[in-house]
Design a protein around this ligand. Structure first.
Ligand SMILES: NC(=O)c1ccc[n+]([C@@H]2O[C@H](COP(=O)([O-])OP(=O)(O)OC[C@H]3O[C@@H](n4cnc5c(N)ncnc54)[C@H](OP(=O)(O)O)[C@@H]3O)[C@@H](O)[C@H]2O)c1
Length: 249
């Protein structure tokens, strides 16, 4: 009998992570939400289980190594493997601030969550991913982390600098490239996805505020993540994509 697909989504209790969790749950994947806010995660899990699907949550601050290890232990005890890891948890603390004015502490904070957090979760989950029939890792990147786009005057966000956020997302792209090479021999696909500019509470946005031009709905933002996670075994490795297709690194 084929293994059930077990999917861990960090920051899966709200925003794009929740949209992704709900869609993959409807497809029958077993969802484990790695949550900073366990109250929200509890409500999300209850809705999924009420609909007849298997879901649970673990307390998971990606900057807390003890919690990362406890999440691995939980998955090990309950399933013995992990099929899909979605590194979705992310923050921005320096949106559109001039580079020369961003406190170093803000840069550290962004790297701690966006880069070091996702690397720690990935390294810790690799033994479980190796035990899945067809594993994959999806890293939530951003078009803001593309050096190709950041240096292209035609890129709509060319003049928007957010040094820490953009650099941490570029680092995530390197995380994708590095892990994709190192995990290829184990049949684990590793890819980056750009959800695009989306109407979530990201960066403290109030979703009741008017939508700026070009802002997508959460369904549109989650579509490429869901598409990637729905293909298992995953045919692509070391790609950086969005709804419209491939992006330059
Ligand atoms: N929305 C966009 O326009 C956009 C564009 C490009 C890329 N992205 C990326 O998409 C991902 C999801 O963003 P979103 O729009 O869904 O934003 P969101 O609604 O703010 O969701 C981010 C999630 O990450 C969680 N999180 C923050 N710090 C964490 C930590 N230390 N450990 C575990 N979880 C943590 C948040 O929890 P709390 O809210 O409780 O802090 C929240 O659940 C992020 O990686 C973001 O960079 C978003």
């Amino acid at each position: 009998m084929a293994q059930k697909i077990v999917t861990l989504i960090t920051g899966g209790e709200k925003g794009l992570g929740l949209k992704t969790a709900q869609a993959l749950s409807k497809q029958g994947q077993v969802i484990v939400i790695g949550a900073l806010d366990t109250q929200k995660a509890k409500a999300a899990v209850e809705a999924m289980t009420k609909a007849g699907n298997e879901a649970s949550y673990v307390a998971l601050d990606v900057t807390n190594h003890a919690q990362v290890q406890a999440a691995e232990q939980y998955l090990e005890d309950k399933y013995g493997y992990l099929t899909i890891l979605i590194n979705n948890a992310g923050i921005v603390t320096d949106a559109m601030k001039p580079s020369q004015e961003i406190p170093l502490a803000a840069l550290h904070q962004e790297f701690d969550v966006n880069f070091f957090g996702s690397v720690d979760v990935t390294q810790t989950m690799v033994p479980l991913l190796k035990k899945a029939e067809h594993a994959q890792i999806i890293n939530l990147s951003s078009n803001m982390g593309s050096l190709g786009l950041a240096t292209d005057p035609n890129f709509p966000f060319y003049n928007m600098t957010s040094l820490g956020y953009a650099a941490s997302k570029a680092a995530i792209n390197f995380e994708t490239v590095s892990f994709s090479k190192d995990l290829k021999e184990f049949g684990i696909a590793v890819n980056s996805v750009n959800p695009g500019f989306t109407d979530t509470e990201f960066g403290g946005r109030n979703t009741n505020d008017p939508k700026p031009a070009g802002m997508q709905t959460p369904d549109e933002g989650a579509a490429q993540i869901i598409k990637m996670a729905s293909q298992n075994p995953h045919p692509a490795n070391a790609t950086f994509t969005e709804n419209a297709g491939e992006l330059p690194w």
